[in-house]
Design a binder for this molecule. Structure first.
Ligand code: S3P
Length: 450
């Protein structure tokens, strides 16, 4: 098992890119495979989660060729031979690994196919709730058996069928559920509408538009007409702001630092982390340089002495994946930070409320746990500790950032999991640790020469 050994840093002056966006890469693999021709995908994220989705689409008949790859990980630039909606039955069950996004989106897609299929995942994924997708997909006419040891959990045995359109009021603000219903709606006869309780990330809607499939938005409701065929296109995946978030927090909490993250996705349904760090006192400059499809830009951040903040309920879906590292920023800030309305964290790759609370306490922070969140009284000095990631990539990375501010050594154990979303994280961490003796900015290119 690998680990990270982290000590405190004195400065952070850097420019680099983070790998491609995980949410967008999953969708690119799926829509590329459904399109009516050859699609080119640039800056695909070769993480385990997205590779599982790419291989799933291959198992359903859509081949791909690799044009460039991140050595040791997988393709970053590829062409996918779209099947014009005609997928073939997989010969074996499909492995979704650790990925809730992969499993839920694929379930939506497979619900409307004229064949049966099975989706399974690792122990973490097999304990996550799937009723949130089997309910609407069942209302559309698919029969999905949850075969897990825990009720309502994977493996999923999907008996695909002809789907009827529905209007579905989502009980949880989940982009995965919205996307599963929209993908099923693409194969239903008529108009399927999904109504969100709050705005969630809109990558599926944007990606469908890029592939020539129209959706209709009316407030929090999104509708899709079944029967449309995605048109092959070229798609450039922006850097993942959820991966950038780790370095943004490191820079934000270190007065005198300057960090430039280039070519990163700044879709407004994902950028609440920037507002939060701004409220906490960091100075941020966002430059948009491409705004068709998915907006892409540079984020420059200058560190400051941070102060605590309250996360607003409407912000929670927009920064749900960043909460572990926001909690680290809160421990480094002066004053109280309150994060409530975030019960969803309990059903992520781990129960992220409990793992964050326990790990922060192990490093000396003062934290109160609530059923739906946590409250951090910041400003207590952190000390090194041995921290378990519990196999959760975002916990491993968030606590590596905490280690950059702790007295003594912090050891994060069980860190292979970072490859589920951020191949190359260890390389970036190492570069930041090694540049402590030179105050000059270092530039770390990522895509081709990690
Ligand atoms: C994702 C949506 C989010 C997020 C996950 C990726 C997606 O989950 O936590 O990492 O790609 O749609 P929700 O379904 O809770 O929105």
């Amino acid at each position: 098992m690998s680990d990270f050994r982290v000590t405190a840093i004195r400065s952070l002056h850097a420019e680099f890119c983070v790998p491609g966006d995980k949410s967008i890469s999953h969708r690119a693999a799926i829509l590329g495979a459904l399109a009516n021709g050859v699609c080119t995908i640039r800056n695909f994220l070769p993480s385990e989660d997205c590779l599982n989705t790419l291989y799933a689409m291959q198992a359903l008949g859509a081949r791909h060729d690799v044009l460039a790859e991140l050595t040791g990980y997988g393709p970053t630039h590829l062409v996918i031979y779209g099947q014009a909606r005609r997928l073939c039955p997989p010969s074996v069950p499909i492995d979704c690994g650790n990925s809730g996004t992969g499993m839920r989106l694929l379930a939506g897609l497979l619900a409307g196919q004229p064949f049966d299929s099975e989706l399974f995942g690792d122990a973490s994924l097999s304990s996550r709730p799937m009723g949130r997708i089997t309910t609407p997909l069942g209302e559309m006419g698919a029969r999905i058996d949850t075969r897990g040891a825990r009720p309502g959990c994977a493996p999923l045995l999907i008996h695909g069928s002809h789907l009827a359109p529905i209007t579905y009021q989502m009980p949880v603000a989940s982009a995965q559920v919205k996307s599963a219903v929209l993908l099923a709606g693409l194969f239903a006869s008529g108009r399927t509408t999904v109504v969100q309780p709050a705005t969630t990330r809109d990558h599926t809607e944007r990606m469908l538009a890029a592939f020539g499939v129209s959706t209709h938005q009316d407030g929090l409701a999104i509708a899709i007409d079944g029967g449309q065929t995605p048109q092959a296109c070229e798609f450039h995946v922006p850097g993942d702001i959820s991966s950038a978030a780790f370095w943004l927090v490191a820079a934000a909490a270190l007065p005198g630092s300057r960090l430039l993250i280039k070519d990163v996705g700044i879709n407004p349904t994902r950028t609440a982390i920037l507002q939060v760090l701004g409220r906490m006192g960091a100075h941020l400059i966002e430059t948009v340089h491409h705004s068709d499809g998915e907006p892409i830009g540079h984020i420059e951040i200058h560190g400051a002495a941070l102060t605590g903040t309250t996360i607003l309920p409407a912000e929670v879906p927009n920064l749900i994946d960043e909460i572990p590292v926001i909690a680290v920023a809160a421990a480094l800030a002066c004053g109280r930070t309150v994060i409530r309305n975030a019960r969803e964290l309990r059903v992520k790759e781990t129960d992220r409320i409990t793992t964050v609370v326990n790990n922060l306490r192990a490093m000396g922070a003062e934290v109160i746990e609530f059923e739906d969140g946590l409250e951090i009284q910041g400003g207590r000095p952190l000390h090194g500790a041995t921290i378990d990631s519990f196999g959760d990539h975002r916990i491993a990375m968030a606590f590596a950032i905490a280690g950059l501010f702790a007295a003594g050594e912090t050891v994060i154990s069980n860190t292979e999991c970072v490859n589920t979303s951020y191949p190359g994280f260890a390389h970036h961490l190492q570069a930041i640790l090694e540049h402590q003796s030179t105050p000059d900015a270092f530039i770390l290119p990522t895509r081709s020469n990690l």
